[in-house]
Write a protein that binds this ligand. Sequence first.
Ligand SMILES: Cc1ncc(COP(=O)(O)O)c(C=O)c1O
Length: 401
Amino acid sequence: MGKYNFDRIIERKGTDSVKYDLEVSMPHAPKDSLPLWIADMDFACAPKIIEALHKRIDREIFGYSKFSTDAYFGAVCGWFKRRFNWDINREAIVYSPGVVPAFSFLIQMLVEEGEGVIIQKPVYYPFEEKIKANNRKLVNNALKFENNKYVMDYENFEELAKDPNNKLFILCSPHNPVGRVWDEEELRKIVDICRENNLWIISDEIHCDITRKGINHKPLEVVCPDYKDKIITCTAPSKTFNLAGMQLSNIIINNIEIREKWVERIYGAINLHDPNPFAIEAIKTAYNDCEDWLDEVNEYIDDNIDYIENFIKENLPKVKMTKPEGTYLVWLDFREYGLSGKELEEIMVYKAKVLFDEGYIFGVEGDGFERINVAAPRSIIEECMRRIKTGLELVESSSLI
Ligand SMILES: Cc1ncc(COP(=O)(O)O)c(C=O)c1O
């Protein structure tokens, strides 16, 4: 038994939660659905964060707040140095209310309308959404599934990178939804191709702290320091410490010209330059004092994943799972049932009454898959797996499959 109790069920309904207050976010869902979709955790934040926020509330005034203090940068840089041996230049850190808004800001700065941005589907769907919403061309280098593992298609990537119209590559590292933590060799290989073709890289490393025991995430900039002027890394405490609603992310831009553009356009023209006082307090405490909480939460997630793996082996032999190396997302393959993505969704939502992220939203490559968020108390995970089993049995017995 660790120091923290991750088994505790915390009622989230009525907290304006996207995941739980479904009348707004998923009005079609049955009232008694079990939500394991959007990527936040059902665990209480680290007690030290709660305590720090209480203390901040007790200061009674919540006026305009600045994040660019020594204490703030010390906390952020200290974290990445300790965990990843990454020496972040504090000058390179810019504020964004989220990683997704940062994609849009950066796409606008790095790529002209009509020019191409390469992504690797199945991938976190806002990559595609924001490329298209900004009138840039979506270019897909689909991941390959080889020897029970998702890998990058370097040959195809090279062809795409050679096209002078393609200017930017967005890397998801660790990769959502397939859970790969790219190793150094894989990262070097892809950067070599980018270097040869002068591509910009956005490396989305928001899931960097959630990894399985024995697996180490490598920041792209640390693996390829000679290319760091063209690498922009998106980081945030959102996934790591369950602080997504705080809306504070740190974007690392080493290139001075792009950083100046950020300052001019985002801080200046849009006037988006400082987070709220609670976010600042939470992030300082998280990065300075909550390492042991993260280590325990990672162990708990490891156990949840083992539980799911065993349950599937014993009860759902037609479902295929490759253990994620990172993220708290499990990517399950239901294709042996021969259902379309929409049919699978109907079964999960209306028969099993579980809410996942449907595989097809990550690209056609995800059709027939479900992405399950397993950052939840074990009893919820157990109930989820029971519901999947019952839902599929119900449908199989009525010979709908
Ligand atoms: C890969 C990836 N990037 C970004 C985000 C969200 O970023 P933000 O909430 O900071 O916009 C998520 C959330 O699930 C994610 O999985």
